[in-house]
Design a protein around this ligand. Structure first.
Ligand code: ATP
Length: 299
């Protein structure tokens, strides 16, 4: 891969809070134009990673480059190229949606049109409403509008659809697909595996502060974890066989036994695969001696 195709590089990233290692040896990159999902259970270290990439949190060790610069020292022009939708944000509640979006647009050199952005997040009818009168999901849409108003090269979305109803989530997905088609690179964290599967090209799975899986979203977990399972019942009881060729297996089963009761072919969902990865990560023995890495390069 050409190095210009990499928009962010994280190498051997470590973060300790006192003696607690929140991140250990985290290495991954974000490629231009992709939607990368950062997945992991509560407390895995996702927000810590994102905040280090955004320059809001100092790292303990390792190297990080985002849009060609070290976030720990990068300045305002660099920050203007990022779009950030945090898990929770404090917005001036007394402003109207339009006032707020216009206010933020003024911070950027080449912002989107405020009304078009409000329309893109589905809030045209609320453009004249004060933020204080919006529902939780509508406020989240304002967060997203503020995240994209500056035409970011890299957009961080930290659990963007929490609190959205199902229709709003689908609309949001369409919005993100549109941004991706325009060339925006997105780092997404979500606990909704269907969202990750729908939107992202690749995923990095983090658990206990370490990367436990990484790869194309439709190859995550490897062939074994994704192997279909054939279930059926006969006089001897219930049976379950994992096979890469379920059709051939069912055909043989039928030839041998005739119509099987309760026959099912189940392909593991991304959620099944993800839960298996996280569980395996928990059971993995701790690598010797690096639970709390020394301060290699404090920033
Ligand atoms: N300022 C802090 N001081 C001490 N520990 C912290 C601090 N911030 C985070 N941690 C700890 O670091 C770990 C990683 O937290 P982080 O917020 O990055 O997780 P997360 O993956 O984003 O979780 P969630 O899915 O719940 O948002 C957690 O165990 C958390 O308690």
């Amino acid at each position: 891969m050409n190095s210009t195709d990499v928009i962010a590089e994280v190498n051997g990233l470590g973060k300790t809070y006192g003696s607690f290692a929140a991140l250990t040896d985290v290495t991954f990159d974000i490629r231009r134009g992709e939607v990368l999902s950062l997945l992991g259970p509560n407390g895995a270290g996702k927000s810590t990673t994102i905040e280090i990439l955004e320059g809001y949190r100092n790292r303990t060790s390792g190297t990080v480059r985002v849009l060609g610069q070290d976030p720990a020292t990068a300045g305002r022009a660099w920050r203007a190229r990022l779009g950030i939708v945090l898990q929770s944000s404090g917005m001036p509640e007394e402003m109207t949606v339009r006032e707020l979006v216009r206010h933020f647009a003024a911070f950027y050199p080449a912002p989107r049109d405020a009304d078009q952005t409000i329309a893109a997040v589905g809030l045209t009818e609320k453009a004249r409403s004060r933020v204080s009168t919006l529902s939780g999901g509508q406020k989240r849409r304002v967060d997203v509008a503020l995240g994209i108003i500056g035409r970011p090269d890299l957009l961080f979305l930290d659990e963007p659809t929490t609190g959205f109803d199902p229709a709003a989530r689908r609309e949001f997905w369409t919005l993100i697909e549109g941004l991706r088609d325009e060339g925006t690179t997105v780092l997404l964290t979500t606990h909704y595996l269907d969202e990750a599967a729908h939107l992202s090209d690749r995923a990095v799975v983090i658990a206990g502060g370490r990367i436990v899986a990484e790869g194309a979203i439709d190859a995550l977990g490897g062939a074994q974890a994704r192997m279909p399972v054939v279930h059926w019942r006969d006089a001897a009881g219930d049976h379950e066989v994992r096979t890469p060729e379920p059709a051939a297996f069912v055909s043989r089963l039928h030839a041998e036994q005739g119509e099987a009761a309760n026959l099912q072919v189940i392909r593991p969902s991304l959620e099944d695969i993800y839960l298996g990865i996280v569980q395996a990560g928990r059971e993995r023995p701790e690598p010797h001696g690096d639970r709390a890495p020394a301060l290699a390069s404090a920033h």
